[in-house]
Design a protein around this ligand. Structure first.
Ligand SMILES: [Zn+2]
Length: 184
């Protein structure tokens, strides 16, 4: 019995719809998850994991499915490898490395938009897992980037906010154009 038993048969679970920028909820600071929120949080997980895996994406934060709650999903396992799901509840970065790394990022809320973002290469993060335990873990490389990207979402920050105004505006214009085209 594991915390992630609900992932069995996840491919048959309808994915929750993903909120696309510039939706206002993507710009809100989320509120902390309290013990009494856990049942509601758990109920959202199958639909959220389904949405993340179907996209496919390696991370999904609660505001991206319209939830004002401080938690995010991450799974950076390579395609074909065993899944490595994580649910980070009320995460905080305790330390980050001086060494920075540039990595290309995308976001399910900014479909088809990619840019290189510079962030600390390694972090130590503290969060609660689904069992309610406080976990401290070290992450580097892709996992560190992904966790930082998802934690940004919990503060209403998008990866484009780490770019120059020029690049950010360019991406938002391109996104708006593509979304209009898609709706026709
Ligand atoms: Zn994102």
């Amino acid at each position: 019995m594991s915390e992630f038993d609900f992932l069995t048969g996840i491919e048959d679970v309808p994915p929750m719809p993903i909120v696309i920028a510039p939706a206002p909820i993507l710009r809100q600071v989320t509120r902390d998850v309290r013990p009494e929120d856990m049942a509601h949080l758990r109920a959202q997980l199958p639909g959220m994991f389904s949405a993340m895996y179907k996209a496919p994406g390696i991370g999904l934060a609660a505001p991206q499915v319209g939830l004002d709650m401080r938690f995010a999903l991450v799974d950076v396992a390579e395609e074909g490898a065993d899944p490595a799901p994580m649910v980070l509840i009320n995460p905080e970065i305790i330390t980050d490395s001086e060494q920075m790394a540039a990595r290309e990022e995308g976001c399910l809320s900014l479909p088809n938009q990619y840019a290189e973002v510079v962030r600390p290469e390694a972090i130590r993060v503290r969060y609660r897992n689904l069992a309610g335990d406080i976990i401290e873990s070290d992450a580097d490389g892709l996992l560190a980037t992904c966790i930082q990207h998802e934690m940004d979402h919990l503060d209403g920050v998008l990866f484009i906010d780490h770019l120059s105004t020029l690049k950010r505006n360019m991406i938002m214009r391109r996104l708006t154009k593509e979304q209009k085209f898609r709706r026709r």
